[in-house]
Design a protein around this ligand. Structure first.
Ligand code: MTE
Length: 318
Protein backbone atom coordinates (compact mmCIF):
# COMPACT_ATOMS: atom_id res chain seq x y z
CA UNK A 1 0.00 0.00 0.00
CA UNK A 2 1.19 3.48 -0.78
CA UNK A 3 2.53 5.07 2.37
CA UNK A 4 1.10 8.43 3.15
CA UNK A 5 2.46 10.06 6.25
CA UNK A 6 -0.58 10.53 8.44
CA UNK A 7 0.71 13.89 9.49
CA UNK A 8 0.09 15.09 5.93
CA UNK A 9 -3.61 14.50 6.16
CA UNK A 10 -4.64 14.68 9.77
CA UNK A 11 -4.83 17.90 11.74
CA UNK A 12 -2.03 18.16 14.20
CA UNK A 13 -4.43 18.42 17.09
CA UNK A 14 -5.93 15.03 16.33
CA UNK A 15 -2.46 13.63 16.58
CA UNK A 16 -2.02 14.71 20.13
CA UNK A 17 -2.97 12.07 22.61
CA UNK A 18 -6.64 11.99 23.45
CA UNK A 19 -6.29 13.75 26.78
CA UNK A 20 -4.30 16.58 25.28
CA UNK A 21 -6.79 16.70 22.41
CA UNK A 22 -9.70 17.12 24.75
CA UNK A 23 -8.03 20.09 26.39
CA UNK A 24 -7.24 21.70 23.05
CA UNK A 25 -10.68 20.93 21.72
CA UNK A 26 -12.32 22.52 24.70
CA UNK A 27 -10.84 25.87 23.89
CA UNK A 28 -10.91 25.97 20.10
CA UNK A 29 -13.91 25.90 17.77
CA UNK A 30 -14.54 22.48 16.27
CA UNK A 31 -14.34 23.81 12.75
CA UNK A 32 -10.80 24.92 13.25
CA UNK A 33 -9.73 21.49 14.40
CA UNK A 34 -11.55 18.99 12.33
CA UNK A 35 -12.65 17.97 8.94
CA UNK A 36 -15.16 15.32 8.09
CA UNK A 37 -12.80 12.44 7.92
CA UNK A 38 -10.61 14.34 10.32
CA UNK A 39 -8.10 15.71 8.01
CA UNK A 40 -6.43 18.54 6.37
CA UNK A 41 -6.29 18.04 2.67
CA UNK A 42 -4.72 16.56 0.70
CA UNK A 43 -36.81 20.30 -3.20
CA UNK A 44 -38.26 18.00 -1.56
CA UNK A 45 -39.46 14.91 -3.35
CA UNK A 46 -42.56 12.91 -3.84
CA UNK A 47 -42.35 9.66 -1.92
CA UNK A 48 -44.16 7.86 -4.68
CA UNK A 49 -41.50 8.87 -7.16
CA UNK A 50 -40.13 5.82 -8.98
CA UNK A 51 -36.44 5.08 -8.62
CA UNK A 52 -34.36 6.78 -11.30
CA UNK A 53 -32.42 4.47 -13.44
CA UNK A 54 -28.94 5.89 -13.17
CA UNK A 55 -26.76 2.82 -13.28
CA UNK A 56 -27.04 2.29 -17.03
CA UNK A 57 -23.57 3.59 -17.87
CA UNK A 58 -21.72 1.74 -15.13
CA UNK A 59 -19.16 -0.97 -15.94
CA UNK A 60 -20.28 -4.58 -16.07
CA UNK A 61 -19.84 -6.76 -13.03
CA UNK A 62 -16.33 -8.25 -12.91
CA UNK A 63 -14.72 -5.30 -14.68
CA UNK A 64 -11.26 -4.25 -13.46
CA UNK A 65 -11.91 -0.55 -14.05
CA UNK A 66 -14.65 2.00 -13.51
CA UNK A 67 -16.54 3.30 -16.57
CA UNK A 68 -13.93 6.04 -16.99
CA UNK A 69 -11.05 3.54 -17.14
CA UNK A 70 -9.84 4.12 -13.57
CA UNK A 71 -8.28 0.96 -12.09
CA UNK A 72 -9.86 -0.67 -9.06
CA UNK A 73 -8.09 0.29 -5.85
CA UNK A 74 -6.42 -2.73 -4.23
CA UNK A 75 -8.33 -4.70 -1.57
CA UNK A 76 -5.47 -3.98 0.78
CA UNK A 77 -5.76 -0.20 0.37
CA UNK A 78 -9.57 -0.24 0.60
CA UNK A 79 -9.38 -2.18 3.85
CA UNK A 80 -6.40 -0.45 5.50
CA UNK A 81 -6.96 3.22 4.79
CA UNK A 82 -10.26 3.89 6.51
CA UNK A 83 -12.17 6.72 8.03
CA UNK A 84 -14.21 5.36 10.90
CA UNK A 85 -14.13 7.66 13.89
CA UNK A 86 -15.92 5.17 16.14
CA UNK A 87 -12.68 3.19 16.11
CA UNK A 88 -9.92 5.73 15.50
CA UNK A 89 -9.13 9.03 13.90
CA UNK A 90 -6.06 7.36 12.42
CA UNK A 91 -6.92 5.67 9.15
CA UNK A 92 -4.20 3.04 9.43
CA UNK A 93 -5.38 1.92 12.89
CA UNK A 94 -9.02 1.24 12.08
CA UNK A 95 -8.68 -2.25 10.59
CA UNK A 96 -6.93 -3.70 13.64
CA UNK A 97 -9.27 -2.00 16.12
CA UNK A 98 -12.38 -3.17 14.25
CA UNK A 99 -11.17 -6.74 13.78
CA UNK A 100 -13.48 -8.30 16.37
CA UNK A 101 -16.46 -6.02 15.84
CA UNK A 102 -19.65 -8.15 16.17
CA UNK A 103 -21.75 -7.91 13.04
CA UNK A 104 -24.13 -10.77 13.84
CA UNK A 105 -26.86 -10.79 14.95
CA UNK A 106 -27.68 -7.45 13.30
CA UNK A 107 -30.92 -5.66 12.53
CA UNK A 108 -31.82 -2.43 10.75
CA UNK A 109 -34.92 -0.70 12.06
CA UNK A 110 -36.72 1.25 9.33
CA UNK A 111 -39.45 3.61 10.45
CA UNK A 112 -40.58 7.19 10.89
CA UNK A 113 -43.02 8.51 8.30
CA UNK A 114 -43.80 5.19 6.63
CA UNK A 115 -46.91 3.05 6.32
CA UNK A 116 -45.12 -0.21 7.03
CA UNK A 117 -42.33 0.21 9.61
CA UNK A 118 -40.21 -2.89 9.81
CA UNK A 119 -37.08 -4.29 11.40
CA UNK A 120 -34.96 -6.10 8.85
CA UNK A 121 -32.52 -8.83 9.82
CA UNK A 122 -29.36 -9.21 7.77
CA UNK A 123 -30.91 -12.32 6.22
CA UNK A 124 -33.84 -10.17 5.08
CA UNK A 125 -31.47 -7.60 3.62
CA UNK A 126 -29.37 -10.18 1.83
CA UNK A 127 -32.55 -11.42 0.13
CA UNK A 128 -32.61 -8.26 -2.00
CA UNK A 129 -30.83 -9.10 -5.26
CA UNK A 130 -27.19 -8.22 -4.62
CA UNK A 131 -25.33 -6.65 -7.53
CA UNK A 132 -21.82 -5.36 -8.08
CA UNK A 133 -21.42 -1.59 -8.43
CA UNK A 134 -17.99 -0.19 -9.25
CA UNK A 135 -17.98 3.36 -7.89
CA UNK A 136 -15.45 6.10 -7.30
CA UNK A 137 -15.26 7.18 -3.65
CA UNK A 138 -14.11 10.80 -3.27
CA UNK A 139 -13.31 11.78 0.28
CA UNK A 140 -13.73 15.43 1.25
CA UNK A 141 -10.04 15.27 2.22
CA UNK A 142 -9.17 15.15 -1.52
CA UNK A 143 -8.20 11.52 -1.89
CA UNK A 144 -10.15 8.91 -3.83
CA UNK A 145 -10.51 5.20 -4.56
CA UNK A 146 -12.38 2.98 -7.02
CA UNK A 147 -14.31 0.31 -5.12
CA UNK A 148 -16.22 -2.74 -6.40
CA UNK A 149 -19.13 -2.80 -3.93
CA UNK A 150 -21.79 -5.47 -3.67
CA UNK A 151 -25.20 -4.29 -2.57
CA UNK A 152 -28.67 -3.25 -3.60
CA UNK A 153 -30.49 -0.01 -4.36
CA UNK A 154 -31.81 1.70 -1.24
CA UNK A 155 -34.98 2.44 -3.25
CA UNK A 156 -35.91 -1.25 -3.05
CA UNK A 157 -35.87 -1.20 0.73
CA UNK A 158 -37.76 2.11 0.90
CA UNK A 159 -40.45 0.77 -1.43
CA UNK A 160 -41.16 -2.02 1.08
CA UNK A 161 -41.83 0.37 3.96
CA UNK A 162 -43.96 2.78 1.88
CA UNK A 163 -42.88 6.36 2.71
CA UNK A 164 -45.79 8.69 3.54
CA UNK A 165 -46.44 11.85 1.55
CA UNK A 166 -44.94 14.13 4.22
CA UNK A 167 -41.61 12.22 4.29
CA UNK A 168 -39.00 14.50 2.71
CA UNK A 169 -35.67 13.16 3.98
CA UNK A 170 -34.06 9.89 5.01
CA UNK A 171 -31.93 9.78 8.16
CA UNK A 172 -29.34 7.06 8.76
CA UNK A 173 -27.82 6.14 12.09
CA UNK A 174 -24.77 4.03 13.00
CA UNK A 175 -24.59 1.63 15.95
CA UNK A 176 -23.95 3.23 19.34
CA UNK A 177 -21.82 0.79 21.33
CA UNK A 178 -18.92 2.38 23.22
CA UNK A 179 -17.92 -1.04 24.57
CA UNK A 180 -17.02 -2.14 21.08
CA UNK A 181 -16.20 1.22 19.55
CA UNK A 182 -13.40 2.93 21.47
CA UNK A 183 -13.85 6.26 19.68
CA UNK A 184 -17.35 6.56 21.15
CA UNK A 185 -15.92 6.55 24.67
CA UNK A 186 -14.69 10.10 24.48
CA UNK A 187 -17.13 12.90 24.81
CA UNK A 188 -15.88 15.19 22.11
CA UNK A 189 -18.18 14.07 19.31
CA UNK A 190 -21.91 13.70 19.53
CA UNK A 191 -22.50 9.99 18.84
CA UNK A 192 -23.96 8.08 17.08
CA UNK A 193 -22.77 9.01 13.59
CA UNK A 194 -25.75 10.31 11.62
CA UNK A 195 -26.26 11.55 8.09
CA UNK A 196 -29.12 11.98 5.67
CA UNK A 197 -30.34 12.31 2.12
CA UNK A 198 -33.25 14.07 0.48
CA UNK A 199 -35.83 11.45 -0.43
CA UNK A 200 -35.26 11.78 -4.19
CA UNK A 201 -31.51 11.32 -3.64
CA UNK A 202 -32.23 8.24 -1.56
CA UNK A 203 -34.50 6.87 -4.28
CA UNK A 204 -31.92 7.38 -7.03
CA UNK A 205 -30.70 4.12 -8.48
CA UNK A 206 -27.03 4.98 -7.88
CA UNK A 207 -27.67 5.08 -4.12
CA UNK A 208 -27.01 1.67 -2.63
CA UNK A 209 -26.76 -0.14 0.65
CA UNK A 210 -23.51 -2.08 0.39
CA UNK A 211 -23.05 -5.46 2.04
CA UNK A 212 -19.75 -6.45 0.44
CA UNK A 213 -16.75 -5.45 -1.61
CA UNK A 214 -14.51 -7.37 -3.99
CA UNK A 215 -17.15 -10.11 -3.84
CA UNK A 216 -16.60 -10.70 -0.10
CA UNK A 217 -18.73 -9.69 2.86
CA UNK A 218 -18.02 -6.12 3.93
CA UNK A 219 -15.00 -6.01 6.29
CA UNK A 220 -15.74 -4.33 9.66
CA UNK A 221 -13.49 -1.36 8.88
CA UNK A 222 -15.53 -0.58 5.75
CA UNK A 223 -18.85 -0.56 7.60
CA UNK A 224 -19.97 -4.16 8.09
CA UNK A 225 -22.47 -5.51 7.94
CA UNK A 226 -24.23 -2.79 5.93
CA UNK A 227 -23.40 0.77 4.88
CA UNK A 228 -24.65 3.53 2.64
CA UNK A 229 -22.85 4.42 -0.62
CA UNK A 230 -23.78 7.60 -2.53
CA UNK A 231 -21.09 7.95 -5.21
CA UNK A 232 -21.68 11.58 -6.27
CA UNK A 233 -21.32 12.87 -2.70
CA UNK A 234 -18.27 13.19 -0.49
CA UNK A 235 -17.41 9.94 1.26
CA UNK A 236 -18.60 11.08 4.67
CA UNK A 237 -22.20 10.61 3.52
CA UNK A 238 -21.47 6.85 3.39
CA UNK A 239 -22.75 5.98 6.87
CA UNK A 240 -21.21 2.73 8.12
CA UNK A 241 -22.74 -0.04 10.24
CA UNK A 242 -26.30 1.24 9.91
CA UNK A 243 -28.82 0.20 12.57
CA UNK A 244 -31.61 2.69 11.94
CA UNK A 245 -33.19 4.38 8.93
CA UNK A 246 -35.95 6.95 9.46
CA UNK A 247 -38.13 8.79 6.99
CA UNK A 248 -38.52 12.33 8.32
CA UNK A 249 -40.00 15.68 7.36
CA UNK A 250 -37.16 17.97 8.47
CA UNK A 251 -33.64 17.99 7.06
CA UNK A 252 -31.52 15.88 9.44
CA UNK A 253 -28.49 17.42 11.13
CA UNK A 254 -25.55 15.22 10.23
CA UNK A 255 -22.64 14.24 12.48
CA UNK A 256 -20.36 16.57 10.53
CA UNK A 257 -22.81 19.47 10.41
CA UNK A 258 -23.00 19.23 14.20
CA UNK A 259 -19.24 18.81 14.67
CA UNK A 260 -18.03 21.56 12.32
CA UNK A 261 -20.99 23.64 11.12
CA UNK A 262 -18.84 26.21 9.36
CA UNK A 263 -17.24 23.51 7.21
CA UNK A 264 -19.95 20.99 6.34
CA UNK A 265 -23.42 21.26 4.90
CA UNK A 266 -26.17 18.79 4.22
CA UNK A 267 -25.79 18.22 0.49
CA UNK A 268 -22.05 17.55 0.24
CA UNK A 269 -22.09 16.92 -3.49
CA UNK A 270 -18.60 16.56 -4.95
CA UNK A 271 -17.87 19.93 -6.53
CA UNK A 272 -14.36 20.91 -7.70
CA UNK A 273 -15.42 24.56 -7.85
CA UNK A 274 -16.30 24.92 -4.19
CA UNK A 275 -13.28 24.78 -1.92
CA UNK A 276 -13.38 23.45 1.57
CA UNK A 277 -12.67 26.45 3.85
CA UNK A 278 -9.19 25.04 4.40
CA UNK A 279 -8.24 23.48 1.03
CA UNK A 280 -9.12 23.27 -2.65
CA UNK A 281 -11.37 20.53 -3.98
CA UNK A 282 -10.16 21.01 -7.57
CA UNK A 283 -7.98 17.89 -7.61
CA UNK A 284 -7.54 14.64 -5.75
CA UNK A 285 -5.01 11.90 -5.14
CA UNK A 286 -6.14 8.44 -6.15
CA UNK A 287 -4.88 6.04 -3.49
CA UNK A 288 -2.23 3.80 -5.08
CA UNK A 289 -1.21 6.44 -7.66
CA UNK A 290 1.33 9.23 -7.41
CA UNK A 291 0.09 12.09 -9.52
CA UNK A 292 -3.05 14.04 -8.78
CA UNK A 293 -6.07 14.08 -11.05
CA UNK A 294 -8.78 16.67 -11.60
CA UNK A 295 -11.87 16.20 -9.51
CA UNK A 296 -15.03 15.79 -11.59
CA UNK A 297 -18.29 17.59 -10.88
CA UNK A 298 -20.61 15.20 -9.00
CA UNK A 299 -17.59 12.85 -8.94
CA UNK A 300 -18.23 12.06 -12.62
CA UNK A 301 -21.89 11.07 -12.14
CA UNK A 302 -23.36 14.39 -13.34
CA UNK A 303 -25.21 12.87 -16.29
CA UNK A 304 -27.22 10.77 -13.87
CA UNK A 305 -27.71 13.17 -10.97
CA UNK A 306 -27.34 16.83 -12.01
CA UNK A 307 -31.08 17.07 -12.69
CA UNK A 308 -31.75 16.48 -8.98
CA UNK A 309 -30.30 19.91 -8.24
CA UNK A 310 -31.78 21.98 -11.04
CA UNK A 311 -32.35 25.55 -9.94
CA UNK A 312 -30.21 25.22 -6.81
CA UNK A 313 -27.14 27.37 -6.28
CA UNK A 314 -24.51 24.65 -5.97
CA UNK A 315 -22.02 27.09 -4.47
CA UNK A 316 -24.38 27.79 -1.64
CA UNK A 317 -25.66 24.27 -1.08
CA UNK A 318 -22.45 22.51 -0.15
N1 MTE B 1 -19.40 6.13 8.99
C1 MTE B 1 -19.26 6.11 10.33
N2 MTE B 1 -20.17 5.48 11.07
N3 MTE B 1 -18.19 6.71 10.95
C2 MTE B 1 -17.24 7.39 10.22
O1 MTE B 1 -16.31 7.95 10.83
N4 MTE B 1 -16.49 8.10 8.02
C3 MTE B 1 -16.96 8.53 6.69
C4 MTE B 1 -17.71 7.41 5.96
N5 MTE B 1 -18.62 6.74 6.87
C5 MTE B 1 -17.37 7.44 8.80
C6 MTE B 1 -18.48 6.76 8.21
C7 MTE B 1 -15.90 9.03 5.84
S1 MTE B 1 -15.26 10.51 6.28
C8 MTE B 1 -15.49 8.37 4.72
S2 MTE B 1 -14.41 9.11 3.63
C9 MTE B 1 -15.93 7.01 4.39
O2 MTE B 1 -16.77 6.49 5.43
C10 MTE B 1 -14.72 6.12 4.24
O3 MTE B 1 -15.11 4.82 3.90
P1 MTE B 1 -13.99 3.70 3.79
O4 MTE B 1 -13.21 3.69 5.06
O5 MTE B 1 -14.72 2.40 3.55
O6 MTE B 1 -13.12 4.09 2.60
Amino acid sequence: MEKIPSSEITPEQLYLNRRQFMIVAGSVAAGALLSACGARSETSASPTMPANSGAGSLPKSGSTTDELGGKLTSFDDITHYNNYYEFSVNKEDVAALALNFRTSPWTVQVGGLVNKPRTFTMDDLLRFTQEERIYRLRCVEAWSMVIPWTGFPLSKLLAQVEPQSNAKYVRFETLLDPKQMPGQRDGYFKWPYVDGLRLDEAMHDLTILATGLYGKPLPPQDGAPIRLVVPWKYGFKGVKSIVKIDLVEQMPVSFWMASAPSEYGFYANVNPEVSHPRWSQASERRIGEFSRRKTLMFNGYGDQVASLYQGMDLRKFF
